[in-house]
Design a protein around this ligand. Structure first.
Ligand SMILES: Cc1ncc(COP(=O)(O)O)c(C=O)c1O
Length: 486
């Protein structure tokens, strides 16, 4: 590994090993942490490496230096309560969310707006230079790929690299069974096409990603929303009840850092989910897009790692961690592998082989783990800061998620607050938020909003977030929710 990558990896590892217990509350506010010298000795690293880690933790406002006394855990933002388990209606519904979602996404990318609307990391969060070098290397070394059609399920070196990448999620995939796609959403669409017919019922988290609802809408599938806990995800008891009472044809879930709640299913539940779908013969489409962004190793482990019967279809992409612009995703569809590969051929053929080579190169670089770490640490500091601002400026009665990674916050405003009215009021000031109604086929989340914090983060965004809180507080005072700012 190049020396620079190694040094970066070391200081990020040290920073993360201190950041995690602080965030989890194991290291409390005001507690002293080891001196630079002590830690360097303990970990057998240089003083410079520890200093670099401490500097990063200071920038993230997790620790503070006190003159002549050393380093201490800094004050944490005040905690707001988290939302309760969702309670969607027990029957399936036809879906109609596309128009609002399309409008919000369009606005979220408008450079004239300060946006919390999308879940797209800003370019500075990616190792842009590394990506650029990999693309030009691939264009140089594999010139023929630019002028030739490609056939098959994707470049072999990329499929091998994806299989290796899946080992980190506890999965031993056969590279030959992996189909390369152009995005995680394409992978999910192909899986749904392979296992459902129009009119079928698909069980999914509630709230869920609007893009999933858009896919169901397009395929004329019915959504059955399952109660979901903001920390532990899908309620498996409720899912079991759904299996017993409804004609569920597939389950679509994001067990690690679900969108929008940021829930991470505990390991025992992951095992149980794999067993439940195997017993019923129902396919589980598992979206592992965010697994690399979870704080802890066990949260990165996929449900697929517990699957012994091929009922879990695993879908991922590199849109949030390496480069959304390369448009590359993948799927390993278990017992439906051949069907999914045929679906892919029939819909969009293959991707650019040149970009596939570049992605394989990126995935195999030893620095890749360090870049995930860097991203996790930077984002966590930002999310912490945003949670602090929300606690300070949003109306009394606000609840908020506390996800163990990722960059999305789900905010429950006082009951009765109309998030569509808040969306309009924010838009009048060129601020974009995502109203809760986008994330459900039911009308259950009208008082909620989703905030994406992976975009740019600067003083304009801090001010805009305070402004969203002030507008929500004014609405609450006017009687849409009752309560004052605190
Ligand atoms: C859970 C989840 N899956 C899939 C996607 C889309 O990924 P891709 O761009 O690779 O289709 C998103 C994007 O926000 C997401 O949050």
């Amino acid at each position: 590994m190049p020396e620079h990558d190694l040094a970066q990896m070391l200081y990020l590892q040290i920073a993360e090993s201190i950041a995690m217990p602080i965030r989890a509350g194991t290291l409390a506010r005001g507690e002293r942490i080891p001196s630079v010298r002590e830690l360097a000795r303990q970990r057998s690293v240089s003083l410079g490496t520890v200093l670099q880690a401490y500097r990063m933790l200071e920038d993230s406002r997790l620790i503070e230096a006190r003159p002549r006394s050393g380093y201490f855990v800094a004050a944490r933002p005040p905690r707001l309560p988290e939302p309760e388990t969702s309670n969607p209606p027990p029957s399936s519904m036809a879906v109609d969310v596309s128009s609002l979602a399309a409008r919000v996404m369009h606005l979220a990318h408008d450079p004239g707006c300060v946006s919390f609307g999308a879940a797209c990391p800003s370019p500075d969060l990616f190792a842009e230079e590394r990506v650029r070098r990999a693309v030009s290397r691939a264009a140089q070394r594999h010139r023929a790929t630019l002028t030739q059609y490609t056939i098959g399920s994707g470049d072999e070196s990329l499929r091998r690299a994806i299989a290796r990448h899946a080992l980190r999620m506890g999965c031993q995939l056969d590279a030959r069974e992996i189909v390369v796609t152009n995005s995680c959403l394409e992978s999910i669409t192909l899986c749904l096409r392979a296992v459902t017919q129009p009119g079928d019922v698909v069980a999914l988290e509630s709230p869920t990603l609007f893009s999933f609802l858009e896919i169901l809408e397009n395929l004329h599938l019915r959504a059955l929303e399952i109660p979901t806990h903001p920390r532990t995800g899908l309620s498996l008891d409720a899912l079991q009840l759904a299996f017993d009472t409804q004609p569920v044809k597939a389950v679509l879930a994001v067990p690690t850092l679900s969108n929008p709640m940021g829930a991470c299913m505990p390991l025992t539940e992951r095992r149980r989910l794999a067993q439940m779908v195997a017993k019923r013969g129902i396919p589980l489409i598992e979206d592992v897009l965010y697994n690399d962004l979870a704080e802890q190793n066990e949260q990165r482990r996929a449900v697929r790692s517990f699957d012994t019967t091929g009922h879990v279809m695993m879908c991922g992409s590199f849109s949030k961690t390496i480069a959304p612009g390369l448009r590359l995703g993948w799927v390993e569809a278990g017992r439906w592998g051949t069907k999914v590969a045929r679906q892919k051929q029939a819909t969009s053929g293959s991707q650019s082989a040149m970009l596939e080579r570049a992605m394989a190169d990126l995935l195999m670089q030893p620095g890749i783990e360090a870049s995930y770490r860097q991203m996790r640490t930077t984002i966590a500091a930002r999310v912490d800061e945003a949670r602090g601002l929300i606690a300070q400026y949003f109306p009394k009665g606000t609840r908020i998620t506390d996800p163990p990674g990722g960059f999305i916050l789900w905010v429950e405003l006082p009951q009765g607050t109309d998030s569509l009215a808040l969306f309009q009021a924010c838009l009048a000031e060129s601020i974009v938020i995502a109203p809760g109604t986008m994330f459900s086929a039911t009308n259950h989340f009208r008082h909620c909003i989703r905030l994406g914090l992976a975009g740019r983060w600067d003083d304009a965004h801090r001010l805009a977030l305070r402004r969203v809180g002030a507008l929500a507080a004014t609405m609450a005072q006017r009687g849409q929710g009752g309560g004052a700012t605190h």
